[in-house]
Design a binder for this molecule. Structure first.
Ligand SMILES: Nc1ncnc2c1ncn2[C@@H]1O[C@H](COP(=O)(O)OP(=O)(O)OP(=O)(O)O)[C@@H](O)[C@H]1O
Ligand SMILES: O=P(O)(O)OC[C@H]1O[C@H](OP(=O)(O)OP(=O)(O)O)[C@H](O)[C@@H]1O
Length: 202
C-alpha cells in the first residue's frame, strides 16, 4: 500500500480530470464521490485529502509516500522532499499586480501570501520593499491602500480584471508537482513506480 496526499481544492478537481482523460476511472469515480471523508483506499493506494500547504508536510514526515502540490508551495517553504516531476495541470503564475499606470520600481509596500518568494524577488531587483503578509483576498490590499502592490497567483486574470488591477511582472510560472518522501522513494520503489507509471507520469 502506498499513501498519496492530495490538495483538496482546485488541484483535486484538476487531478480527477487528469485521471478521467487517461481513462483511469477506477481512481476518478470513487475519488469524486460526495462526502466529508478525509481519506479513501482504492486498491493498494490510500489517498489522503489535505490542505495544499500541508501536503508537503505529510510527505516530508513519511505519513504520505507521494504528494500532489503546487510549485508555489514548495518554492515558498523549504521541505525536505523529492521533487519527482511536473504534472500537466494547475498552471498559473505568481505575478506583481496593482492599479494601472504606476511605476513598479516605486512600489514600497507589497502585500502577499508568498513572503519568501516575494522577498527574494525584490532583493534580486535591489528594490527595498516592506512586505505585508495576508492569507487571502490579497487583491483588496492595493484597492484599499494597505499596500502599493501585491504578489499573488494569477490564473485566468479574471480577479484582477474585475477589480481594475493589472499585472506588472511575472515572478514565476507554476504548475502542479509530484513530490515523494525520500526514504519511501527507495524503500517502496516498486509500488511507487507502479502507481506513477499507471497514471502516466513517467
Ligand atoms: N487561481 C488559482 N488560485 C490559487 N491557486 C491556484 C490557482 N490556479 C492554480 N492554482 C494552484 O493550486 C494550488 C492550490 O491548490 P488547492 O486549491 O487544491 O489547495 P488547497 O490548499 O486545498 O485550497 P485552498 O487554499 O483554496 O484552501 C496552488 O498552490 C497553485 O499551485
Ligand atoms: O486569475 P484568476 O483565475 O482570477 O485566479 C486568481 C485568484 O485565485 C486565487 O484566489 P482564491 O480563489 O484561492 O481566493 P483567496 O484569494 O481568498 O485565496 C488567487 O489568490 C487569486 O485571487
Amino acid at each position: 500500500m502506498i499513501t498519496v496526499a492530495l490538495s483538496k481544492g482546485r488541484l483535486f478537481k484538476d487531478f480527477i480530470k487528469f485521471l478521467s482523460t487517461k481513462g483511469l476511472n477506477h481512481y476518478a469515480s470513487p475519488l469524486q464521490e460526495n462526502g466529508r471523508y478525509l481519506y479513501k483506499i482504492i486498491g493498494d493506494v490510500k489517498f489522503i485529502f489535505a490542505k495544499g500547504s500541508d501536503v508537503p508536510t505529510y510527505v516530508e514526515q513519511g505519513i504520505a509516500d507521494l504528494g500532489i502540490v503546487g510549485q508555489d508551495i514548495i518554492t515558498e517553504n523549504f521541505f525536505d522532499v523529492l521533487n519527482v516531476s511536473k504534472l500537466p495541470f494547475g498552471q498559473c503564475r505568481l505575478a506583481i499586480a496593482s492599479s494601472p499606470n504606476l511605476n513598479q520600481h516605486e512600489f514600497k509596500v507589497v502585500a502577499t501570501t508568498f513572503t519568501n518568494i516575494t522577498r527574494q524577488y525584490f532583493n534580486e531587483q535591489r528594490q527595498d520593499v516592506e512586505l505585508i503578509h495576508l492569507h487571502g483576498s490579497v487583491e483588496l490590499a492595493p484597492i484599499l491602500g494597505l499596500a502599493d502592490a501585491i504578489v499573488d497567483i494569477v490564473q485566468t486574470g479574471t480577479t484582477l480584471k474585475e477589480n481594475n488591477l493589472v499585472e506588472y511582472s511575472t515572478i514565476m510560472n507554476i504548475q502542479a508537482r509530484l513530490i515523494a518522501n525520500k526514504q519511501s522513494f527507495y524503500i517502496k520503489d516498486e509500488a511507487i513506480y507502479r502507481f506513477i507509471k499507471e497514471i502516466g507520469v513517467i
